[in-house]
Design a protein around this ligand. Sequence first.
Ligand code: SF4
Length: 1023
Amino acid sequence: MSQTHKGIFTLSRRRFFKAGGTAAAALCANTAVSTTTEAARKPLDPREVQEAAATRRSPDARTVHSVCLACNARCGVRGVVRKGRLVNISGNPYHPYNMQFDPIAYDTPLEQSLAVTSPVCGKALDTPQHIYSPYRLRVPLKRSGPRGSGQFEPIAWPDLIREIAEGGTLFSHLGEDRHVPGIRELISDDPIDPQDPDLGPKRNGLVFLTGRLQSGRKEFIDRFVKKSVGSKNRIGHTDICGLGFRMGNFALSDGKAVELKADPKNADYILVFGANIYEALQPGINTYGAMVASRRADGELAFSIVDPRATRASVHARDWLAVKPGQDGALAMAMIRRMIETGRINRGYLGAPNPIAVKKRGYGALCNASHLVICDGRHPDDGAFLRMHHLNPNLDEAAGNDRVIFARDGKTPVASLSAAEAALDREAAVKDVTGKTLRVKTAYRLLKEAAFAHSMADYAAICGVDRSLIERVADEFASHGTRAAVTQYHGAGNYVNGTYAAYAIAALNALVGSVNMKGGYLTGGGGCGKPTGGLYDLKSFPGGVKARGVAISREKAIYEKSAEYRRKRAQGGSGYPSRRPWFAFTRGGLCVEALSGIDEQYPYAAKVLFTYLFNPVYSIPGGYRFASTLADPAKVPLHVSIDIAVNESNLYADYIVPDLSFAEGHYGWLTPHAPGLCFTGIRSPMVKPLTDATPDGRPICTETLLIDLATRLQLPGFGHAAIPDAGGGRHDLSRAEDFYLRAFANIADGAKITPAGEGEIATVEAEYPISAHRGILPDEQWRRVCRMLARGGVFKPYDALFEGDIFIKGLPEVHLYNESLARSRNTLTGRRFSGTPAYVVPADAGGNDFSELENVYPFTVVTYKTRLHTQSRSLWSVHAMEIQDENRVEMNSADCRQLGLVTGDRVRLASVSNPAGITGRVQATKLVRPGCVAVSFHFGHSGFGAGPLTVKNGADVFLGGAAVIGKDGRLVVEPGFAKGLNPNDVALLDERLGRTPMVDLVGGIPDFSSTRVRIEKMISKVA
Ligand code: SF4
């Protein structure tokens, strides 16, 4: 065991058992926090530290099928619980993720299923270590010093609810005389800004930012924020999670789907852009990576990797294209050019102008390649598709709306529905309704023009990949018919102007016709049953409010409808620029722009901020900028954090409410990210809550907090008779299970699940903690829910979702040209966006690329996740930390030689935004592109026990009790948690936008690939 871990856990154990306080004693009896014996000073033997996976029922253990949340991939898990403690996690063989798309039959009896083992990854295996971390919080905290001072004290539950609900001079005892707003002040339909009522009511002053959130809790929190309080501002973190590739798919599908990937089961060739398929991804490494590796070994599949850093999968890849960071778009556009130039496109598919023609030719989704676009700046509909009503205003609405094409050899434009084959590469002048000519081009022609805007040599120079290699990979991609597709992920487009890079990458699939095709580019197939409707209406309720106005992140909001725009126009200007960007065309979940909006009080000021499992100071590139925002009561008058720990961000909170881990109570219904699958995984608790309880015995957690706040404020949707049923009855919502068990009943009903037999019901009732609440459901519903719980969800076989080679749950249309995108604007310049994929230079909000920085800051930082560590939270994962307890500054060996560096040297990385920089140890490697430094993202913490805190009565607060906190209230800091470096701490800030983190101006994608740094040697390698 590493020295640091030996230190903390040896100390923890000694102090824990010496402590003798009531809290510590109770914890000892009930939870057995994560400690090791003295004998564990010797190296860990995996056979000693973890039980084998359960393969048969054991009289002294419970076995629970549930869904993992150690990362967001949502694999099934089988938890083994002994004496109330989770001791092992393995896979769930009913779940297709754990069985590489080939699970055991759904009607396999539960008892028999236990004989089948299936894998989970190391992150899941560390779940017990994580949930029993001695640094977990048990009771609510209130700040007892200035914001950010790290001083807290416990607060009683009723006081917590009253203070958050009502506000007041809550910190006068600390010398802060200001009035702190409570939620009650926000329950008003008066405008939040009387000068601009379109921004919505005062209710929008509540901003609820969510970190890791999945279906189940998402619906519960939305019920409170959007429908009870009525705020627009429940904003997720999709932007930092991976908005880049999703924006490409958002454009390709026109917002219908964002999770598209190559089919790992039947693809012949996969081009992997910026995805660490053997170590991360959704679906996770047990699924996607394992399938790719296994099919590659069997000679069924080939793949190539595009990444500045050679991922582990590169060892099996046909090619490694070491692209320059942020230039994946140039590479994809070069491939498009090559495919067009050499005729390696699927003309039969692209020329089919309507769904009937597409089906007749045996393809899965209409592509709008042949549809005509108005390309005439004088026309009011410039950039829109030419529709029949433009040619003939007398047509009825349906006929008038039909898009227009040229038939293959036709000279006059016709309705797209009227032809079997369309001209693909065409531009023309046609007469509009007034008799004037207007110029039109096919969507394909527009794409071709964009691709031909640069030569192959230029593209090769821009993206840093040899032209011959680009051409070879493009030819290979186009040589597998519809069984070639891309899998793109965070690296592909998570940077400024990443929308167009990801759109170009997604468009490659359209050019070969592989969208919706077996072995091609597929969405997930959705879930089974409908959680929020059917037997119980969990979506709407009497008195529910409809949130309106503009989100503080300005996502999905049209700037041109704002008072700011009108005011600027009235003053004689163009209306542009807006003060900060607005994002009409985005998937949304823009937590970075939400925080920037809070910082600038734009378009209005936030009053009450909730952060849920959200650590922006650590997790956002340039998030260090927001420490001052969170510390400022004028910008964040009240901050309530819900979390399992004190982290780098809620250090600035006024209140911290402890939450449950996923193993204890993140109820949920989890649908696939995976291509070609349809399922709903059911997550129910494996163990009882580890947090303290309210005076009436409910566990302290997100749901209990929101229920009690809503009840005190008499908000609709919670408390007495809040849940309507299909028969006209009403049911109370007083605890989490009132909501989730009814959602499970809805799913079972919608998915037509048959009732479980007596044996399975007896097993669930004996082994699943949720069964303590079985009285919420009538018997018949409970029996059906039991069958689902016993299997960890509802799962359909892969083959059920195909008719021949066509995926029946796929996209309705593939947008090679996106009209909505083309009609929206960059609100800082007023310029319209391109409607097709195009190469766009990565640049800041002022349009400056980063070339000026390169003389002083010659290296570009790229980040990645390893297979062992999970975002920011795995520092509590003992086994992962045993294997890797710090990250490195990974540099190409040639760069190291030039700088006189060797592996182990300590260096400083400094950027123009953070000249003081961050430090770490060098790893020389040939697996990183020269000119780049790769830093994995998990390390360099100052929260979670890595930094100082002072907490009154701390032995009652932390799960480890007196083992982790002294009598003086000072936390026992674990120095090992602070090892390594966090690359986000050196990320560039945008000087044009108030030194806030840089974002893509189309979709709001934060930048992970543009930071330039210089590298200074500090200390030579320590032996
Ligand atoms: S990939 Fe690993 S951590 Fe992620 S959900 Fe699957 S088992 Fe859990």
